[in-house]
Ligand binder design. Structure first.
Ligand SMILES: Nc1ncnc2c1ncn2[C@@H]1O[C@H](COP(=O)(O)OP(=O)(O)OP(=O)(O)O)[C@@H](O)[C@H]1O
Ligand SMILES: [Mg+2]
Length: 358
């Protein structure tokens, strides 16, 4: 459906705003370098205020960068107004026209482009089919459920056949169940239409479910760009490790390095790690350990006392005190496994391959 798949490139992009309280300038976005491939689905993820919307608005042309260049395909677009850019945006608030029916809401942008009646009808009908609203052309938008309104907003952006579709938290007004359904729909439609998508959210599971790559932002800075797996298994720092899923951080010293692998001393115990991640012997290191990679067992790498043991149905939730470290543990499918009660003395155990060294 899209005329041409276009990538988006941000080169050394910065945006400076003035803090209304102090009157001081600050970087809302600082030196962002992002290269989005044609047809790729990329999510900007990060806590409130980290600059996600600002980046999206600069791509759309609602804000202009103070430094750097933005490219759509091979074209530098800094100087183009929003309507001259090959982008369309889906907002959190949907921003539908309340006194219009679905057809007119979706057709609005095409009418502005002065397309003929028959072409408009064909395009709108096709898009309404794609978002699952066929036959509902005459319904007024103020008589629709949240999910239906969201589909109209999506159809209205898609019908313009943009090279790049921009989403700013489009699902945050929907209840949890509908959000999961809609995100599956968004991914399906994006792939069917072959459109490049940049999606803003602070919901990490939404980012994981939708994205080819995730851009994790922290205070105006791009902290890490990678596939969901890279971000989860090889976070660049504790911020990413903590923001995406849950993590334990074990502090220790790297005692030996042999090839990629090594031995780290933590709580007086020698622990093998599969990849020292460029560190050298003598370095202070932090082991990132996901709760589902740790097990409570009769024998293991670090002795512990179980301080919390809770049956959660599909998993047993533990906390274990290992010297100075409190370790969170998720033991899936506990039905036929030995369960340790609070107060039990045991060991935590994990595979050297499941440890990520920072
Ligand atoms: N027009 C503006 N003038 C001054 N400061 C602004 C303006 N717009 C945004 N900011 C500030 O810039 C920073 C980044 O804002 P932005 O809206 O990009 O954050 P965000 O990551 O989208 O957050 P959220 O998840 O809450 O939507 C924030 O500190 C915000 O207060
Ligand atoms: Mg925002």
């Amino acid at each position: 459906m899209a005329k041409e798949k276009k990538g988006v490139r941000l080169e050394h992009i910065s945006k400076i705003y003035q803090d209304p309280k102090t009157g001081k300038d600050f970087y809302a976005v600082h030196d962002a370098n992002i290269n989005i491939e044609p047809g790729e689905f990329v999510t900007l993820l990060g806590p409130s205020g980290c600059g996600k919307t600002t980046i999206l608005r600069m791509i759309a042309g609602f804000e202009s960068p103070d430094e750097g260049d933005i490219y759509l395909g091979n074209e530098a677009i800094n100087a183009l107004t929003p309507n001259k850019r090959d982008t369309a945006m889906v907002f959190q608030s949907y921003a539908l026209l309340p006194h219009y029916n679905i057809f007119d809401n979706v057709a609005y942008g095409l009418k502005l482009r002065k397309l003929d009646k028959q072409t408009i009808k064909e395009k709108v009908t096709h898009i309404l089919g794609l978002v699952g609203l066929e036959g509902m052309e005459d319904r007024m938008t103020n008589q629709l459920s949240g999910g239906q309104q969201q589909r109209v907003a999506l159809a209205r952006a898609l019908v313009l056949e943009p090279g790049v579709l921009l989403f700013d938290e489009p699902l945050s007004n929907l209840d949890a169940k509908l959000r999961v359904d809609m995100r599956t729909e968004i991914r399906r439609i994006q792939q069917e239409a072959g459109i490049t998508a940049v999606y803003v959210t602070h919901d990490q599971s939404e980012a994981m479910a939708l994205s080819d790559r995730i851009i994790v932002m922290k205070k105006g800075l791009v902290d890490q760009i990678g596939s969901p797996k890279e971000i989860y298994y090889r976070p660049v720092d504790e911020f990413v490790a903590d923001f995406i899923g849950e993590s334990n951080f074990l502090r220790g010293k790297l005692a030996e390095v042999d090839g990629q692998a090594g031995t780290v001393v933590i709580e007086g115990q020698r622990i093998r790690v599969g990849d020292v991640n460029g560190h050298v012997a003598g370095d202070d290191v932090t082991l990132v350990l996901r709760p589902e990679s740790v097990h409570v067992e009769d024998e293991g790498v670090i002795p512990c006392e179980v301080t919390l043991s809770r049956f959660m149905g599909h998993y047993q939730n533990y906390q274990a005190q290992c010297g100075g470290h409190l370790v969170k543990i998720t033991e899936f499918n506990p039905k036929n496994k030995k369960v340790y009660e609070a107060g039990a003395r045991a060991f935590i155990n994990f595979s050297s391959e499941d440890v990520h060294v920072l």
